[in-house]
Design a protein around this ligand. Structure first.
Ligand SMILES: CC(=O)[C@@H](O)[C@H](O)COP(=O)(O)O
Ligand SMILES: NCC(=O)COP(=O)(O)O
Length: 269
């Protein structure tokens, strides 16, 4: 199945265009603070679509701390943009994903005690658990992505599992930036991401990236030509409190496109 993503096609054709997946989890965090229905994550997804998002990412966590089952149902039913469902590799989440058959599913590690996703999925060590989940999702036509640390052995494991996509965890890079604003630690993490993105292409994996990205940290990642999608959420929703979601998404889109153009990558191809 070919899905039109902005001006490009997901998974085929000129994949050099850098897509923006907007993660709407934390619209639901604010809603759940009081219960009720406001702010509505589906309204945010609709607005993201008009503001230039190429896809919507939503993480249905086991503890439902933000996105709920009803949110996922409504996103599938009401939003035209491709949905990237983030999920743990559990029987419960697999059943939900098979019921909804989103465009894509990104398998992420999950612990109830974590504040947010910490390390990447252990695709190497988790083969026995992951193989049937990846297989069932792929058989249902769901494009499977594994959320992994930028390590070659994790990419090789993704290939062995039959996942066509990896999403590189940019958390270590973003934390280094927060601590130092630049310098050796940031450069070390960027080098890891660059090496992993190049390795992913060599392995025939489509390469995405995400976690903790901001207006400041996006440009060096957007400049990595073999990365074709960034998934960004917490920063966008937080920034939207001050500048509005539409303008925040449009600004992030512009930051991504500028960085890619300056690095010589294709735009809008
Ligand atoms: C996998 C990842 O980095 C995020 O997309 C994930 O959704 C983070 O979890 P929270 O959204 O609960 O912070
Ligand atoms: N997979 C990363 C994602 O969807 C958004 O992560 P964040 O920007 O909320 O940290």
């Amino acid at each position: 199945m070919t899905v039109t993503y902005g001006s490009g096609f997901y998974g085929q054709g000129p994949a050099r265009r850098l897509r923006l997946g907007v993660n709407i989890d934390h619209v639901a965090t604010i809603r759940n603070a009081r219960g009720g229905g406001h702010p509505d994550p589906v309204r945010a997804a609709r607005l993201a679509a008009t503001a230039g998002a190429d896809g919507i990412t939503a993480h249905l966590r086991e503890d439902r701390r933000h996105m709920t089952d009803r949110d996922i149902e409504r996103l599938v039913a009401e939003i035209e943009l491709p949905l990237n469902l983030e999920m743990a590799a559990t029987p419960e989440m697999l059943a939900i994903a098979l019921r909804h058959r989103p465009h894509a599913a990104c398998i992420v590690p999950e612990r109830r005690s974590e504040v947010t996703t910490e390390g990447g999925l252990d695709a190497t060590g988790g083969r026995a658990e992951l193989l049937p989940v990846v297989g069932r999702l792929a058989a249902a036509g769901v494009r499977v992505s594994l959320f992994v640390d930028p390590e070659p052995h994790q990419l090789e494991a993704a290939v062995a599992l039959g996942a066509p996509v990896v999403e590189l965890h940019t958390g270590a890079y973003c934390e280094a930036w927060l601590e130092a604003g630049g310098g050796a630690a940031v450069e070390r993490e960027l080098a890891r991401l660059r090496r992993a993105a190049a390795a992913a292409e060599g392995l025939g994996l489509e390469c995405h990236a995400g976690h903790g990205l901001t207006f400041e940290t996006v440009p060096p990642v957007a400049a990595i030509a073999t990365i074709v999608e960034l998934n960004i959420g917490h920063f966008l929703i937080g920034e939207a409190i001050f500048g509005g979601l539409d303008s925040t998404i449009r600004r992030m889109r512009a930051v991504m496109d500028k960085a890619r153009a300056e690095a010589g990558g294709a735009l809008g191809a």
